[in-house]
Design a binder for this molecule. Structure first.
Ligand code: PEP
Length: 249
């Protein structure tokens, strides 16, 4: 039985005061939640402050990105070791905004995923197609390439801990959510592909949906067989909305 996971991706939002206030609210309101996992992914600058609030709580900390090297002359980058040091257990890898604005390739994603496991971080690996790719009928092909190349060479014991987030790019921050049918179709495809890559392990892997999740649409999405949680952007900036999303039933 896969435990549902709801992760909030704050993106480039929230300085210290707002961040601390937001997680204080989450900590209080979500303290009795046991049957699902909650992760917040704040910007690097507030990771430690957020960790101070959520240590001894049921909320986990995640980074939004990282480089694959441990240390060295990589100006502006953050290493897996640094994320661990800040208290992270999770890290988002290959978000479409990283792929589009910062040129991240599947090869980068693969190096980052391997580095995350090497430092005991659970990667939330993002995949998803653009609107043009979907309209051309290429959604499955694009997602398959992202997964085959991004997850190439993973160890079987790591593979089981992996989290995938299917985030159709046309649904991110646009207010357009994939219908449960559209989302489930791709989630099912992803699970079958994962089974093909790592026989016998795909049932253990959590596949999150991401793209304009709101309190109003989370329940129908979570009712789908292969949707195991959500990666939430905009709505995770409001304590009220994020709490409602976490408590989806
Ligand atoms: C995201 O950034 O991962 C995301 C899904 O954003 P939003 O919920 O705002 O569409």
């Amino acid at each position: 039985m896969r435990k549902a996971l709801i992760a909030g991706n704050w993106k480039m939002n929230n300085e210290t005061e707002k961040a601390v206030s937001l997680v204080n609210d989450l900590k209080t309101e979500l303290k009795n939640v046991e049957d699902r996992e909650v992760v917040v992914c704040p910007p690097f600058t507030v990771l430690k402050e957020v960790k101070k609030v959520i240590c001894n709580s049921n909320i986990f900390l995640g980074g939004q990105n990282m480089y694959w090297e441990k240390t060295g002359a990589y100006t502006g980058e953050i290493s897996p070791l640094m994320l661990k040091d800040a208290g992270c257990d999770y890290v988002i890898i290959g978000h479409s905004e990283r792929r589009i604005y910062f040129g991240e390739t599947n090869e980068f994603v693969n190096k980052k995923v391997k580095a995350a496991f090497a430092y005991n971080l659970i990667p939330i690996v993002c995949v998803g197609e653009t609107l043009t790719q979907r309209e051309k009928g290429d959604a499955f092909k694009v997602v398959e390439k992202q997964l085959r190349e991004g997850l190439d060479g993973l160890k079987i014991e790591d593979f089981r801990k992996l989290v995938i987030a299917y985030e159709p790019i046309w649904a991110i921050g646009t207010g357009k959510t994939a219908t449960p049918l559209q989302a489930e179709e791709v989630h099912k495809f992803i699970r079958e592909l994962l089974e093909n890559m790592f026989v016998g392990k795909s049932e253990e892997i959590r596949i999150l949906y991401g793209g304009s999740i709101k309190p109003e649409n989370i329940s129908v999405l979570m009712a789908c067989k292969n949707i195991d949680g959500g990666l939430v952007g905009g709505a995770s900036l409001s304590a009220d909305n994020f709490i409602k999303i976490v408590k989806f039933i």
